[in-house]
Design a protein around this ligand. Structure first.
Ligand code: GLC
Length: 644
């Protein structure tokens, strides 16, 4: 009986769609809103012998039907205003909640640091669920999709496990681990109702002076493609409709990691948002191929880059977005602008919006003045500057993903997963990732691994006992923040937990030996960069800070063995200092599980990490192209790493 019902339903649907087709092909006047879905019985298919079930929902509400049929049915019911609403993404502090109902806004986001108060997983779930309730009250009940930058765990959420940033995962180079990180991140996101992750970054950074170097896996295209797709598969699982999976978003399309120094579009930046000055063959070979791999791996959303290529902003590039990404590469998902990315295309906002949507941008991360955006798009459609076909194409792509995510059936937080947020099992995955991300760059006389039963250890450096510093940017706050910003294990705490009870561990963040006399057998200095994100981290000089250099010189005089652990979002210039260090470990930005660093230092796990970026000897060797061109030897080549 059930199969017969399904057959009848499909036959009926076919007829319904034929009827809808004739509605949809009518000219884009200001159509009266078609009747909202109701339980009124629909006309029986003339050929059907049995009567249709009395109560049947509108086709788009029927999860038994193919997604394309649900999309077609819903699209045909939508007004222009509702379609444009779906193409609009608003920052959560800027939305009037009733507008979610009256204007069918398609998406909200939390930018970096966009957390509720209190910042707890449960409060996140309450916040997102409340927004969703407003959206579901809209005329057609289209659920919203909520997005965040979960770029190394659900990193805006206090208590979530924070993984190493991608540069460390590039050093680990373990696709199976990447998939597990994706699954853990997705579960922690789904618990809070956030089903859209603006990650992975698949930038192929060619200049480590870029503040987003650490968000990328590597300078090597193949490595970026392998790890980015592994993570995407982990996020999205076998089915996007699985309650513990989320939508991933490879970004930023395309060439964001290849911009030229001094070409930034934003005043204080140097590289970020700049111009990618390469020919098309290089753009395709170095920067485009991770997107080819991501589409093959099931990418359904891609974020457009702030950067420029070929004389124009990516946000306005019809050739690269529509002809290449959607045409040549067959991308069937939807594109989303970057934060205010449309505004930067042209000084005139109307021109910018028309250019971006006609170029193939489907959803605008406005993120603030959504009224102006909606009014502008409406005016452009009514003026014929944006066609209704382009609007329908954008909305079809967005709805296709919302149906695939199962949002119509499960729009709210998967709160049964809340207990897993920050769980020991999740933290164990991060601890493993940290240990695998460590790169041993120097190990004179096999200093490492250290014995766990030394009589005493002298630990120095602010970075040794600062969760915020070891997590880096995109952690709780957009730019990250020093201090005890979220639960985790600092490197100092991990060292204390790794050594014997008989070992005395002295900690002095400044290394002034105020608590110890005479020579010290073994010192561990944890030094490096303080948190930053995006172009704020663009730096012309990658030398160690003056304070770190002075502290390391003090240690040189007083320590028989000096182990240096570098906390940084990229290689730093250490050429002048490395000769008087006995061991050097690049720990990158390890996240909350500092125990993984101690696991390497004391031999609980072997050093296996390999450099995902070339390590320059001097600033003059940057960008990478200059290094490879003039043949000057780097301090350490791509792929270097001692094993122990
Ligand atoms: C930022 C970033 C982008 C991020 C977006 C939302 O400016 O460029 O990576 O996804 O805004 O936070």
């Amino acid at each position: 009986m059930k199969n017969k019902l399904k057959l009848i339903t499909n036959l009926w649907l076919l007829l319904t769609l034929l009827c809808i087709g004739c509605v949809q092909s009518q000219p884009a006047s200001t159509p009266t809103a078609p009747p909202p879905p109701s339980s009124t019985p629909l006309p029986a298919a003339p050929t059907a012998t049995a009567t249709l079930p009395v109560e049947i929902e509108a086709a788009y509400q029927n999860p038994q039907l193919p997604i394309e049929a649900r999309v077609a049915d819903l699209l045909a019911r939508m007004t222009l205003a509702e379609k444009i609403g779906q193409m609009t993404q608003v920052e959560k502090n800027s939305i009037q909640k009733d507008d979610l109902t009256t204007q069918a806004i398609g998406s909200l986001l939390s930018g970096g640091g966009g957390y509720p108060t209190p910042n707890t997983p449960a409060a996140w779930a309450r916040m997102v669920n409340e927004f969703q309730e407003y959206a579901l009250r809209s005329r057609l009940g289209i659920p919203l999709i909520y997005g965040v930058d979960a770029v190394h765990g659900h990193n805006n959420v206090a208590g979530a496990v924070i993984f190493p940033h991608n540069i460390g995962l590039g050093a680990a180079n373990d696709p199976e681990l990447m998939a597990r990180i994706g699954r853990v991140t997705a579960a922690e996101m789904a618990a809070t109702g956030v089903y859209w992750d603006f990650a992975p970054v698949v930038a192929v950074s060619q200049d480590i002076r870029w503040g987003r170097t650490y968000e990328g896996y590597s300078e090597n295209t193949a490595l970026v493609a392998t790890l980015g797709t592994a993570y995407l598969r982990g996020l999205q699982g076998d089915s996007l409709a699985d309650p513990a999976t989320v939508l991933g978003t490879p970004k930023h399309y395309v060439g964001d990691g290849g911009t030229a120094w001094g070409s930034a579009a934003i005043g204080t930046y140097h590289l970020d948002t700049g111009v990618t000055e390469v020919d098309e063959a290089t753009l395709r070979a170095v920067h485009l191929s991770p997107y080819v791999a991501a589409i093959e791996a099931g990418a359904q959303s891609i974020m457009i880059s702030y950067s420029s290529w070929g004389g124009s902003k990516l946000h306005g590039q019809k050739y690269l977005i529509t002809e290449v990404l959607k045409g040549e590469l067959g991308f069937e998902g939807f594109t989303v602008s970057d934060w205010g990315g449309i505004d930067r295309i042209a000084p005139d906002y109307y021109d910018a919006v028309v250019t971006a949507i006609n170029a193939g941008v489907d959803m605008a991360m406005v993120p603030f003045d959504y009224e102006r955006y909606i009014a502008t798009v409406t005016r452009a459609v009514e003026a014929g500057d944006i066609s209704t076909e382009r609007i329908d194409d954008a909305v079809r792509r967005i709805l296709r993903v919302k149906f695939a995510l199962g949002l119509f059936e499960q729009p709210f937080a998967a709160e049964m997963l809340l207990a897993e947020v920050g769980s020991p099992a999740h933290r164990a995955v991060a601890r493993e990732a940290v240990a695998k991300s460590l790169v041993l760059l120097k190990n004179a006389e096999e200093t490492l691994p250290l014995p766990t039963d030394l009589p005493r250890l002298y630990v120095t450096g602010q970075a040794a006992d600062d969760i915020g510093q070891q997590c880096g940017g995109w952690t709780i706050e957009w730019q990250g923040k020093l201090g005890d910003i979220t639960p985790g294990t600092t490197i100092l705490q991990a060292i204390r937990a790794s050594v014997a009870a008989t070992t005395t561990v002295d900690y002095d963040p400044t290394g002034r030996f105020e608590t110890v006399q005479g020579q010290v057998p073994v010192c561990i200095a944890v030094v490096g960069e303080t948190p930053y994100a995006e172009g704020v981290g663009d730096r012309a000089d990658l030398a160690l800070s003056v304070n770190d250099v002075r502290m390391l010189e003090r240690l040189r005089a007083r320590c028989d063995q000096l182990v240096v652990v570098l906390i940084s979002g990229r290689p730093l210039i250490v050429t002048e200092q490395i000769d008087y260090w006995d061991a050097l470990v690049a720990a990158w930005l390890p996240g909350t599980e500092g125990q993984g660093v101690a696991d390497g230092l004391f031999g609980a796990r072997p050093f296996t990490g390999k450099l995902p970026y070339t390590w320059p000897r001097a600033m003059e060797q940057l960008p990478l192209s200059r290094l490879t061109a003039d043949g000057g030897a780097p301090l350490f080549p791509f792929g270097y790493g001692l094993e122990r």
